[in-house]
Ligand binder design. Structure first.
Ligand code: DX5
Ligand code: ZN
Length: 219
């Protein structure tokens, strides 16, 4: 069953608790928490104190997407703040430091994710497959919500799935950016197991119905 992870980037931050309640009641599986530093991406969002507050508020699975430069510097802070999964960008540091950060996330008892920007080839992830519980395939340039889905990225999913299976590794595949009911179906058909959706879920008049639609459940 496809998991739906609403991105709180598109929530009303002045009413964050109520926003979380509404997607939880609507059947969301995870909450996606986008962290931007103004350096790795040209935007700044939320960080450790907001995650800490959310952790106190909800027991939902917190999927933390770090769009920050040299993320290894912050994995212990986000772990302590209550992240269930910490996803770092492959492009955000040297290969050695990315290996070290992924290992550190697991050592802290959290799930480790590795994100790929649209221009990063799928096979750049191969050296890290054994250290990652999830690969996030970006279908927009990271930094902003509400962008158009890049469908030409989807073949990366099949390549990653085949390669992981060949190596006997089980890792989840997540798609993030531009997800709506139409593109969700494309992503799921291409092998995505977790779909992040920000503007589409938070902008929907009936969030529960939209989450069902994204999951492909038309009942
Ligand atoms: C983009 C973020 C996404 C974003 C998705 O940099 O990583 O999680 O919130 O927003 P939508 O679903 O509106 O494309
Ligand atoms: Zn994200």
């Amino acid at each position: 069953m496809i998991k739906i992870a609403p991105s709180i980037l598109s929530a009303d931050f002045a009413r964050l608790g109520a926003e979380v309640d509404s997607v939880r009641a609507g059947g969301a599986d995870w909450l996606h928490f986008d962290v931007m530093d103004g350096i790795f991406v040209p935007n700044i969002s939320v960080g450790v104190p907001v995650l800490k507050s959310l952790r106190k508020y909800t027991d939902m699975f917190l999927d933390v997407h770090l769009m920050i430069d040299r993320p290894g510097r912050y994995v212990s802070a986000f772990s302590e703040a209550g992240a269930d999964l910490i996803c770092i960008h492959l492009e955000a540091d040297t290969e050695e430091s990315i290996h070290a950060a992924l290992r550190e996330i697991r050592r802290l008892g959290r799930k480790a994710g590795l994100a790929l920007k649209p221009a990063t080839p799928w096979d750049a992830a191969l050296p890290y497959l054994e250290e990652a519980d999830m690969i996030l395939v970006m279908t927009v340039e990271p930094g902003f919500g509400g962008q158009k889905f890049m469908a030409d990225i989807l073949p990366k999913l099949g390549r990653l799935r085949d390669c992981a299976e060949g190596l006997g590794i089980s890792c989840l595949l997540e798609v993030d950016g531009g997800v709506n009911p139409m593109t969700a179906a494309l992503a799921a058909a291409a092998g995505a197991e977790v779909l992040v959706a920000g503007s589409d879920v938070f902008g929907a008049p009936d969030r529960a119905a939209r989450i069902r639609e994204l999951r492909g459940d038309r009942t």
